[in-house]
Write a protein that binds this ligand. Structure first.
Ligand code: ATP
Ligand code: MG
Length: 625
């Protein structure tokens, strides 16, 4: 049994999913938009982060020594230019050759080593492109100092071109190779070059043997700022500044060309010299500051979550709240993304978040308004339909009631005639009486229904004229006296003299009639009923008090509703339509008055109404209106 229920549930799934299509098709659309933006925009988005963030360098352990071509020429003087070796002109080292001058470099490095840095990197390739060395052994020792890392290069076939001073099995050289993305911007660093490390990795290793490059596959470079973020001095300054003694102690010095061809890269923070790019990479390796990105698969899940959140928000709250919620969520997510980038070096693209969130918010919001509009239209249709039916009903009821009145009058007339003939048969006489009674009840019933349909019609107007409530009450009492007499009920009255007020005489007469009639109807034989009228400054009141059975507390509010009859009356103890008190309330309220009732089981009922006394001026105005 349970199993078949389960199977049924599973079988119903596709139908359920199809039923919810308006939601998930929209969701999938937004998700699609988000993924497309993610795939297309994340690069620009990524670059922008660096531009917004600006310089954020915390530890400054790297100093860049810039060598400009002009400066080099000055330092070198007009010395020999026999350094270019024939045949090696296909690599960037063609321009590097320009920067080769043996005795100058010996001098520069000697000076640098004396300043006691931890490592010195020379980001030039001085391999076969320079002439064989001619220095003395002492000078060669300087060039081969283990604190120095020289640049190496890969040739067209991917073979390493070692620098002249490389100790092949040692670590004083590293490959100088940076690979920009297809759009020409340098964002990634790769170390995967076999047994020889990258120049930057080599520098980092010499500086801190613990520093480990994340993976040989490389990483995304976390630029610490635009060009000139790292401390930079010119070669000239290095050689001439008298107080350089403490500036380089324990640091990494990177020598590089300032803006020569082959020594400049486009980076997310703008153009940068090769040595500065290398400084950023070394910094990333030493402090493990490289950027992580969350995998795309995780990201697309996050986007789906965002869309669900957005839909929930729209359908859960009203428009203003959902807008505020959407706004705050977006700001929080963007702030989180910025924080993750700055503090935890995790790149979470923010544009797809903002656009997917906005897109799903708008799409679900418009869908929701569509639903509301459709519902409102349906309601309007329903209202119109109900209105038509109500009209039809009213027409039908009044038509029928009207047509019933004539035959009943005929029957009543005939019964009267038969009764006045004084039949001898006692049974026949009582039957005729009962027939007469039923006819009267039916007549009253029809009258009530007709009255209801008349007053509920849209074009119903009340017809006010000055009337004395006491006169009306007297007349109703006279009319109902025989009825009370039949039940030996004592009717007493206490009518306070009062001025006439503007009311619809027919309607208020009906009100008083219904109240006293009810009292007589529901008070047992030999009961007592009192009718009292009073007048104050603003209102007059009429009260009918009986010592009948009373009305249960839980029915007190219901007695005023259409067709409502008390429980005992429903059980068949008396006849009636349940319209009497409904009309009482309706008529009194039409006059701007209120009804009241106090009753307790066994203690009788006090029921009546208050009517406002209209001030004559406002009344005149009302008449004009
Ligand atoms: P109708 O007046 O249309 O012939 P009805 O008297 O049953 O029928 P209402 O006058 O609207 O209808 O009264 C509603 C119900 O309130 C009655 O059925 C009765 O149970 C209760 N009720 C009204 N007046 C009294 C009263 N004076 N004492 C006890 N119950 C009353
Ligand atoms: Mg009644």
């Amino acid at each position: 049994m349970a199993k078949s229920a389960k199977i049924q549930k599973v079988l119903a799934m596709p139908q359920l999913i199809w039923g919810w299509r308006s939601y998930w098709i929209r969701g999938v659309f937004c998700w699609f938009v988000g993924v497309i933006i993610l795939l297309n925009q994340s690069k620009d988005n990524f670059d922008l982060r660096f531009q917004i963030r600006g310089a954020s360098l915390q530890q400054n352990n790297i100093v860049i020594v810039n060598i400009s071509e002009r400066e080099w020429a000055l330092i070198r003087g007009n010395q020999d230019s026999n350094t270019i070796q024939n045949g090696v002109d296909h690599l960037s080292s063609l321009s590097d050759t320009y920067f080769w001058h043996e005795s100058t470099w010996v001098h520069v490095l000697k000076k640098s080593l004396s300043l006691n840095p931890e490592v010195i990197g020379v980001s030039f390739v001085f391999g076969h492109n320079i002439a064989p060395l001619s220095s003395s052994n002492r000078d060669l020792e300087i060039l081969r100092n283990s604190k120095i890392v020289w640049g190496a290069e890969l040739d067209n076939e991917g073979k390493i071109i070692y620098p002249r001073f490389a100790r092949r099995f040692d670590d004083n050289s590293g490959i100088l190779e940076l690979n920009p993305d297809t759009d020409g911007i340098l964002r990634r660093f790769t170390n995967g070059l076999g047994p020889t490390n990258h120049f930057a990795a080599q520098l980092a290793k010499k500086f801190d043997s613990q520093s480990q490059i994340e993976a040989d596959l490389g990483f995304i470079i976390n630029y610490q700022g635009p060009s000139r973020t790292f401390e930079t001095i010119s070669l000239y300054e290095l050689l001439t500044e008298p107080d350089n003694s403490r500036r380089f102690v324990g640091k990494i010095m990177i020598f590089g060309a300032e803006n020569s061809p082959g020594h400049t890269y486009q980076t997310p923070t703008g153009p940068m010299s090769e040595s500065e790019s290398l400084a950023n990479i070394v910094d990333n390796i030493i402090y493990s500051r490289n950027i992580q990105r969350i995998p795309y698969s995780v990201y697309v899940f996050l986007l789906a979550g965002l869309i669900i959140l957005s839909a929930w928000n729209v359908f859960r709250f009203n428009q203003l709240t959902s807008f505020i919620f959407h706004f705050i969520t977006t700001v929080i997510l963007l702030a989180f993304s910025a924080w993750a980038f700055d503090a935890a070096y995790i790149f979470i693209p923010s544009l797809p978040i903002a656009i997917t969130g906005f897109c799903s918010y708008i799409i679900f919001l418009s869908y929701q308004s569509n639903i509301y509009e459709h519902r409102a239209w349906q309601l309007e249709q329903e209202k119109q339909y109900l209105h038509d039916i109500e009209k039809l009903k009213q027409n039908f009821v009044s038509l029928i009631s009207h047509d019933l009145k004539t035959p009943i009058a005929k029957i009543q007339g005939t019964v009267d005639k038969l009764m006045s003939a004084r039949p001898n048969d006692k049974n026949l006489e009582s039957d005729l009486k009962s027939l007469r009674q039923s006819g009267t009840e039916l007549n009253r019933y029809i009258r009530s229904i007709l009255q209801v349909s008349r007053v509920e019609a849209a074009d119903f107007r009340i017809n006010r004229k000055p009337t004395d409530i006491n006169d009306l009450t007297e007349s109703v009492l006279t009319e109902l006296h025989p009825l009370a007499k039949q039940k030996h009920i004592q009717l007493s009255k206490a009518l306070e003299p009062m001025f006439s007020i503007e009311i619809d005489e027919i309607l208020i007469r009906e009100v008083i009639h219904n109240l006293i009639e009810n009292a007589i109807k529901y008070t047992p034989q030999r009961g007592h009923i009192e009718v009292r009228t009073t007048e104050s400054d603003q209102q007059i009141s009429l009260l009918v008090k009986d010592n009948g059975p009373g009305i249960p507390e839980n029915e007190l509010n219901d007695v005023w509703t259409k067709f409502y009859r008390g429980q005992s009356e429903k059980d068949g103890q008396s006849n009636g339509s349940g319209l009497g008190l409904y009309l009482v309330k309706y008529f009194v309220e039409l006059h701007g008055g209120t009804v009241f009732i106090n009753s307790q089981i066994g203690n009788g009922t006090e029921i009546g109404f208050y009517l406002p006394i209209p001030n004559s001026e406002t009344d005149e105005m009302k008449e004009q209106v």
